[in-house]
Design a protein around this ligand. Structure first.
Ligand SMILES: [Fe+2]
Length: 271
């Protein structure tokens, strides 16, 4: 994303003893999954989209999906491809939290707890469907959210799209907003607090559950299919949040708390 000059300037600053601290507090994980993982998930994604009895997720989601579909992906009815992905997402979520502990506490405190899939669903967006600015939530107070792209209409594909970029044409693109600075400010040296991601099969993004994001509509035929998910982050150590201390004080383990909810992840807040 950054050019050679940027890298060289940082190196020179570092060698001169100048430390640069970025004035932002959140992080986003971005990776491209191997084609095999996507191909192995696809049969269950297609089967679910074609299943008239698949559980609609319309009431739980913010998306204005009128031509396409948004349905729950039932892990118990799915094959190994989906289980592999769920494990991968949970592992990546664990790394995310471990990294945050490292950044926040240094070596003095490590993450003790568990990251578990709260819910996972498919959004098949068609022409004119869109997803307005929204956030997610989990059964646990702390949580992460993410998305992986499965299939994208041909007209949205851009041959030079391997990196995060910003440009004018954003049909079908995901925008992740992390501040109010929407454009570069050359007077106050602030970059835009918004990332735009072209949907590319295999692209996976992971971010804190309360990170606002939106998807623009697109024109033309084809399905823009993604799998979205929420990850619970359960702390199993005291002194991290008051709520977890309260649960632990009452002898309630996080598994018990999850089970006591009839429909984990379904809440008044739109995802
Ligand atoms: Fe979302």
């Amino acid at each position: 994303m950054h050019g050679r000059n940027f890298t060289l300037i940082n190196k020179n600053l570092s060698e001169s003893g100048v430390e640069v601290l970025d004035l932002c507090s959140k992080s986003l994980f971005h990776t491209m999954l191997p084609k095999k993982i996507i191909n192995d998930m696809k049969p269950d994604v297609v089967r679910t989209l074609n299943d008239p009895n698949a559980e609609s997720y319309d009431l739980n989601l913010a998306g204005r999906i009128e031509n396409g579909l948004q349905v729950k992906l039932d892990i118990s009815q799915s094959g190994e491809g989906v289980s592999t992905f769920v494990k991968l997402a949970e592992d990546l979520g664990t790394s995310y939290v471990e990294r945050f502990f490292g950044r926040t506490f240094g070596d003095s405190k490590a993450f003790e707890g568990k990251v578990t899939m709260n819910d996972i669903w498919i959004v098949s967006q068609r022409e004119n469907d869109y997803n307005p600015l929204h956030i997610h939530n989990n059964a646990s107070p702390a949580g992460l959210s993410g998305v992986v792209y499965i299939e994208v209409p041909q007209q949205l594909e851009d041959k030079d799209s391997s990196v995060v970029r910003r440009k004018d044409g954003q049909d079908g693109w995901l925008n992740i907003v992390f501040g109010t600075q929407t454009q570069v400010d050359m007077n106050n040296f602030a970059g835009p607090e918004c990332f735009s991601f072209e949907p590319i099969p295999g692209r996976l993004l992971l971010f804190p559950q309360n990170t606002p994001h939106l998807v623009y509509p697109f024109k033309g035929s084809g399905d823009r299919i993604c799998v979205a998910f929420n990850l619970n982050v359960w702390y199993r150590q005291s002194g991290i949040t008051q709520f977890i201390d309260l649960l632990q004080g009452a002898g309630i383990e996080f598994e018990d708390y999850s089970r006591s909810r009839s429909k984990p992840g379904i809440s008044q807040n739109k995802k």
